[in-house]
Design a protein around this ligand. Sequence first.
Ligand code: IMP
Length: 213
Amino acid sequence: MKKRKTKNIYKDNSMKTLVFATGNQGKMREIREILGDSIPEILSMKEAGIEADIVEDGKTFEDNALIKARAVSKAGNIMAMADDSGLVVDCMDGAPGIYSARFMGEDTSYDIKNNYIIEQAMKVPFEERTARFVCAIACVMPDGREWVVRGTVEGVINDRQAGENGFGYDPIFLLPDRGVTTAELPPEEKNEISHRGRALRAMRELLIKEGIL
Ligand code: IMP
């Protein structure tokens, strides 16, 4: 396994390795970019050889992130992190929310999901089309200590799909200050303002404050 360079001196050897509960390489890249300086080895579950049957049955983003991180930490007796994210649309009572991936069925295309959300948003005045991407990140230690933080990015449901970058609900998520959707932003710019980036940076600060990093 390739070791990453670190600027920090570890207070406890058990914290040299972190397992992030995802199989998504895009997420792993973003996590290594933000936490790689502080944690020398960040592995996906697959890379760590950890298998865990996880039922995400929480009622909030925080619950679900904690459920995943606890399961991975327990399975590997290791420091683990997990995230849970989604789109919250105010005029749809917060839907799709924690059900963002499953909304209208896992196999339904995002083209269809996005057009449905636009239809709902067009029924209300522009000021009421507010929405946000939310990401909760949980960190669980083998000794049972745990932390959870939230990052958000505020936006408005656009009147049409626009942009080719990103994934999921990005083509309908308008950043009012910039006048573009998150699917129209170059990936580096989206990472800078993204809910996941914000949550990861908040977790990094918290772990430094707690004396973990
Ligand atoms: P997960 O936390 O990676 O499982 O994300 C849940 C779902 O939320 C994704 O499948 C997308 O539908 C949606 N989602 C989360 N983050 C984003 C984003 O940055 N852009 C677009 N959709 C997102």
